[in-house]
Design a protein around this ligand. Structure first.
Ligand SMILES: [Ca+2]
Ligand SMILES: [Ca+2]
Length: 473
């Protein structure tokens, strides 16, 4: 049904039918894919309503063109495990890749994995990318025919302001924010987007899988001044925080929150509003980069034959639960941005509230593009929900942080279980900020049992850890 309603621009190109597989339609008949990743973007975009001050016209416009999943969650709340899981279709609990310091190809399970772009390559696609798709330290040259700036460096260096840190917090490394006095075109993300835009303006003789990874709003929040000016400090809305929120959280959760770390420093140096401003400014900058990419896309000949998938690799805390960054299993850290625009398949302005997680990207793209199915993928195809967002869905979203700690998210509930058996249970119908842990109440024993069925059956041992430095990206 999908293939008959689509226009196949590439099918008309001479020579495009050269690659054929007996098991699947000709490569020339397939959709292109524009695969857009945004680093560290939580739900603070207009269409997800996570923050009242957010200014994201381009995210909102793109979401309005297809299906926006409003209850999407990462497989892991940190870069490397989240991205390795998305790109291989295999969960951290199966691969043993839980940390940013684990070269994912050194996992026994992932050593020979066929990544999502490799699967497209095997179907005759031209597969290329720029910017952060894999975690920076562990790029995967076999995944790409071409990469920019190179197969070993996934993004250009960004300009930084003199006299860092700007926020006055000592020993902050990249936990810093403030304006840089440069033009947009000098920013790494804009160069990445420009390279991707150039590929969209080229004539391609076979379908393409084009990946574009935007790094902001990853730290440090150094973006041109005009983006800071969009969010005057006097009008910044701080997140709603319950001072004693951690009192009913088990010790492992409190350790993840680490209130005496970032949060204490942010308060001590009077930086909370400035940090929120820096994050909003960085999101607005990422939104402007997305706008440039979409401008090129809409002017390209591929607009009606290309599926766009946009995802962020996890969420971000800015003080909620007295916690900063990701590295936790609560809503702020797991909730991510995920949307699909597919000509002839998705209807504009569609919202799907069913819980999904990022393991579903790989099988969904297989179905959209009519590629061969793959054994061993741990997500499910979302094709039925792209067609009918109201369809019932029993399977919840699952997120894992470090070995043996998991969170299941249904439309109503979040159930966290740590490796020592301690738990948290939140009712999003009454408590969307996850303030009241209900796990100890006997009336929820049966519900917890039902939700626990979705936790992984295995917790693979850690794959090899690289000790040379600690990855915090
Ligand atoms: Ca990230
Ligand atoms: Ca609480």
């Amino acid at each position: 049904m999908v293939s008959t309603t689509r226009r196949h621009f590439l099918a008309s190109l001479a020579g495009a039918a050269a690659v054929r597989s007996p098991a699947a339609p000709a490569a020339a008949d397939r959709q292109n894919v524009l695969f857009i990743a945004i680093d560290d973007l939580n739900d603070w975009i207009g269409c997800l309503g996570g923050h009242p001050d957010a200014k994201t016209p381009n995210f909102d416009r793109l979401a309005g063109r297809g299906v926006l999943f409003t209850n999407a969650h990462c497989a892991a709340p940190l870069c490397n495990p989240s991205r390795a899981a998305i790109m291989t279709g295999i969960r951290p609990s199966t691969s043993g890749v839980y940390l940013n310091s684990q070269p994912w190809r050194k996992s026994e399970v992932l050593a020979g994995a066929v990544t999502l772009p490799q699967h497209f390559m095997a179907h005759g696609y031209w597969v290329a990318g720029a910017g952060k798709i894999y975690h920076g330290r562990y790029p995967d040259p076999p995944s790409w025919h071409e990469y920019w700036p190179s197969q070993t460096q996934n993004r250009p260096r960004d300009p930084v302001p003199p006299n860092r840190p700007l926020n006055g917090i000592p020993k902050t490394a990249h936990f810093d924010w403030g304006p840089v006095k440069v033009r947009d075109s000098e920013m790494g993300d804009r160069k990445v987007v420009q390279w991707a835009a150039d590929q969209l303006h080229r004539k391609h003789d076979r379908p393409f899988f084009l990946a574009c990874g935007i790094f902001r709003p990853h730290l440090p929040w150094y973006v041109p001044e005009k983006y800071f000016d969009m969010f005057p400090l006097g009008r910044i809305t701080l997140p709603e925080v319950k001072a004693d929120d951690l009192d009913d959280v088990p010790p492992i959760g409190r350790k993840f929150a680490n209130p005496e770390g970032d949060h204490r420093k942010v308060i001590q140096y009077g930086q909370w509003k400035k940090a929120v401003q820096g994050y909003l400014a960085s999101i607005a900058f990422a939104d402007a980069c997305l706008g440039k990419l979409l401008e090129a896309f809409d002017a390209s000949p591929y607009r009606d034959t290309t599926t766009i998938v946009l995802w962020s690799d996890h969420g971000w805390h800015l003080g909620e639960k007295l916690h900063w960054r990701k590295f936790a299993l609560w809503e702020e850290a797991t909730h991510n941005v995920f949307l699909v625009v597919s000509p002839g398949l998705t209807k504009s302005g569609t919202v799907c509230r069913r819980p999904v997680d990022m393991m579903d990207i790989y099988p969904t793209l297989i179905d959209i593009c009519g590629l061969r199915k793959r054994e061993g993928l741990e997500g499910i195809s979302l094709l039925p929900w792209l067609k009918n967002p109201e369809l019932e869905k029993e399977r919840p979203a699952l997120t894992t942080y470090q070995r043996g700690n998991h969170s299941v998210r249904t439309e109503r509930w979040r159930y966290i279980r740590y490796h020592d058996g301690t738990e948290e249970l939140y009712d999003h119908e009454k408590d969307e900020l996850e303030w009241y842990n209900l796990a100890a109440r006997p009336e929820y024993a049966d519900l917890k049992r039902k939700l626990a069925r979705w936790f992984p059956k295995t917790d693979a041992p850690n794959s090899p850890i690289e000790r040379r430095r600690t990855g915090i990206a």
